[in-house]
Write a protein that binds this ligand. Structure first.
Ligand code: TXA
Ligand code: MG
Length: 332
């Protein structure tokens, strides 16, 4: 999957960087999902991000940087754990929450005393950040609560003409959002699971990663309902998927299935996607699969539950939130 990540002509990158400097929004690929970027030091530009997403102002944004030297522009304290994690995992799908530098805008942090920072590895993101020179505040490029975008076409589907500049860097590699670790407190704490697991973080730090307590910094990705298709989505074991699909089709319903096997029952009105067997492949395709199934005009999306294993933690997290946020699952 790491092969053939597209880069873009320097002129295209320069044009996008100029848009950022002019206070406009630029959607760009990262290795996780597409981001909707704005100049993090321009409050008006940052407000445009919230307006375009329909996101409440108290849900803070991640500041994307090109290099660790920029950390000190955004954070007032850089604990050893941050140096260690940055050295091991940056550039890459890890976001670190730090005590904010006094210059960081309230519009970015939602008024909190902390700021989330990430150095993405995607060559287009890297090129944009280097050409721009500053920090780029960027949430995932989707409307609030909806499925994140893993292609430029998804971004256009979400925002239409509202976002003029969309850099197309192909399908993203990881496919789900970065792991977020809060490094602003006594002990590092996991705020959002991602494909870098807590075990990997613990192994590098040589210390346990805490489970967050109530009152710690909030993360909108931590809402119970998120990443949600409009079609009701339910998770269950594989044999139940087949049983329920049969029974719903018999009742005249159309059914979409995200399965882990290609052995699909022969039924009319059944859309069946066999997801990749490995966690990395599953994550890579997850949001595109959810979009495809959501657009199929079905009465329900049935998802075969992935294994209850560490490697699948972030995928299970996204599926649980997609189920919670999807349209009236109890009504199917
Ligand atoms: O992979 C990613 O992280 C993608 C790409 C574009 O970088 N970005 C992304 O952004 O997922 P967003 O805004 O969709 O999710 C960022 C999460 C939100 O849940 C937000 O609440 C949390 O990070 N966050 C931001 N600043 C925070 C802070 N100071 N403390 C705690 N959580 C914070
Ligand atoms: Mg998001």
């Amino acid at each position: 999957m790491n092969s053939a990540v597209p880069s873009l002509p320097a002129a295209k990158i320069a044009e996008a960087a100029a848009q950022l400097k002019a206070g406009e929004l630029v959607a760009f690929p990262t290795e996780t999902v597409y981001g909707l970027g704005a100049d993090a030091s321009n409050a008006d530009a940052v407000r445009k991000v919230f307006a375009a997403k329909g996101r409440p102002a108290d849900h803070p944004l991640i500041v994307h940087i090109a290099d660790t030297v920029q950390l000190a522009n955004w954070a007032r304290e850089i604990p050893q754990a941050v140096h260690t994690l940055a050295q091991k995992f940056w550039p890459g799908p890890l976001t670190l929450v730090l005590k904010r530098h006094p210059n960081v805008l309230d519009a970015v942090t939602g008024g909190q005393d902390t700021v989330a920072i990430r150095m993405p590895s995607h060559p287009v993101a890297q090129a944009l950040l280097r050409a721009f020179g500053g920090g780029v505040a960027a949430p995932s490029a989707n409307r609030f609560g909806r499925v994140s975008s893993t292609t430029a076409a998804h971004v256009r589907e979400e925002f239409g003409d509202t976002v003029a500049c969309v850099l197309d860097g192909g399908a993203t590699d990881v496919g789900i959002e970065s792991t977020i670790i809060d490094c602003s407190g006594e002990a590092p704490a996991l705020l959002r699971p991602g494909m870098i697991t807590p075990q990997q973080i613990e192994a590098v730090l040589g210390a346990p990663v805490a489970v967050p307590l109530a009152g710690s910094p909030r993360a909108s990705g931590m809402l119970d309902k998120h990443y949600a298709p409009q079609t009701p989505l339910m998770q269950m074991e594989g044999d139940l998927v087949v049983e329920l699909a049969h029974s719903l089709v018999r009742q005249g319903k159309r059914v979409a299935v995200l399965a882990r096997t290609r052995l699909q029952p022969l039924l009319d009105n059944l859309i069946w996607i066999a997801a990749p067997a490995d966690a990395a492949g599953y994550a890579h395709d997850l949001y595109a699969n959810l979009r495809t199934l959501d657009h199929a005009g079905c009465d329900a999306i049935l998802v075969e539950q992935p294994p209850d294993e560490t490697l699948w933690l972030a995928i299970r997290d996204r599926l649980n939130r997609a189920a919670a946020g999807s349209g009236g699952a109890e009504n199917v």
